[in-house]
Each structure stands twice: as structure tokens, then as C-alpha cells.
Unconditional design. Structure first.
Length: 106
């Protein structure tokens, strides 16, 4: 077990930080998409994942390597999906989160 852990740490240390951070961004993308696809959608959880992804992608602009264009496109698509799903839901079902990044829910 300890040998395997040492090997994983070595591999992680050899990987460019931009690739590791981008990989975490893809995880947040998947998390947001998962919450948006629930019935009913979990808008507050989706908003948190989208906002976190936005902080990283926009805050690290120019530093995420080859994956940056895909991450920007994915963020745009998630934001669009959030607005569409939120608009289709009634006021009682809408999320109550921070509107600074994702936008208003009304």
C-alpha cells in the first residue's frame, strides 16, 4: 500500500500543475452536470459547482494549458443550462444561492 502511494505521489509530482488543476475542473464540471440532471434539479448544488469552476477557469485564465478552451466552453454550457433549467422551473422550485457568478434566478 505504501509503495503504491509513493508511486502515485511521484506521478503527481511529475505532472504539470496545469494538467492536475484542469483535471479537478473537469470533476467540478461533472458535479454540476450531475446536479442539473437530477429530478428535480439540485440548483443550489449545481450553482456552487458552477461558481467554483468559474472561479478557477476565469481566475487562472491563460494558465490551464491545452485544456483551457474546453473548460471555458464547458463553463459556458453549464451556465446556459443552469439558466434554462432555472427558468423552466416554478418559483417554489428555484434555488436560493449567491447570484454574483451564475446570475439571478428570477
Amino acid at each position: 500500500m505504501e509503495g503504491r502511494l509513493s508511486e502515485l505521489r511521484r506521478q503527481l509530482a511529475e505532472a504539470p500543475a496545469s494538467a492536475v488543476v484542469a483535471n479537478h475542473c473537469f470533476g467540478m464540471f461533472e458535479l454540476a452536470a450531475l446536479h442539473l440532471s437530477q429530478q428535480p434539479p439540485k440548483l443550489d448544488d449545481a450553482r456552487l459547482a458552477i461558481d467554483a469552476l468559474g472561479c478557477l477557469v476565469e481566475g487562472l485564465e491563460g494558465r490551464l494549458g491545452d485544456q483551457e478552451p474546453a473548460l471555458k466552453e464547458g463553463l459556458t454550457q453549464l451556465r446556459l443550462a443552469f439558466v434554462q433549467i432555472n427558468s423552466a422551473m416554478g418559483p417554489a422550485q428555484r434555488g436560493n444561492g449567491d447570484e454574483r457568478t451564475t446570475g439571478p434566478t428570477d
